[in-house]
Design a protein around this ligand. Structure first.
Ligand SMILES: [Zn+2]
Length: 110
């Protein structure tokens, strides 16, 4: 019986980002689909979503709470809310967009 196999590391990333992942050379060795593939030569150059979303700047929010629906519409996701009280940036668990309480908002005029 043919068993479906998955790799535990994204092929377009060089490094792992979770303890449960294997290094790329380990994850792709022995998988026929990848034996002939040199990802460095693939065109267009694949870019991992995790790298794209990491490049999006944090959205500063004037308040203690933020919500995200991923932009809405067909590309969005159900609206979720985040508490920003601790002042740290919070990443949306659906789409990875980051929100942070604006430390300069809500103090009126200086
Ligand atoms: Zn989101």
């Amino acid at each position: 019986m043919l068993a479906l196999r998955t790799t535990s590391v994204s092929l377009n990333r060089d490094k792992v980002w979770s303890k449960s992942q294997a290094e790329k050379y380990v994850a792709t060795t022995g998988h026929g689909a990848f034996e002939q593939t040199n990802m460095a030569l693939q065109v267009p150059k694949p870019v991992a979503a995790i790298d794209l979303i990491a490049a999006v700047p944090v959205t500063l929010v004037a308040g203690r709470r933020a919500s995200c629906n991923g932009g809405g519409g067909a590309l969005g996701h159900p609206r979720v809310f985040f508490n920003l009280d601790d002042g740290q940036a919070v990443a949306c668990s659906y789409c990875g967009l980051k929100y942070q309480k604006d430390p300069h908002a809500g103090h009126g005029h200086h």
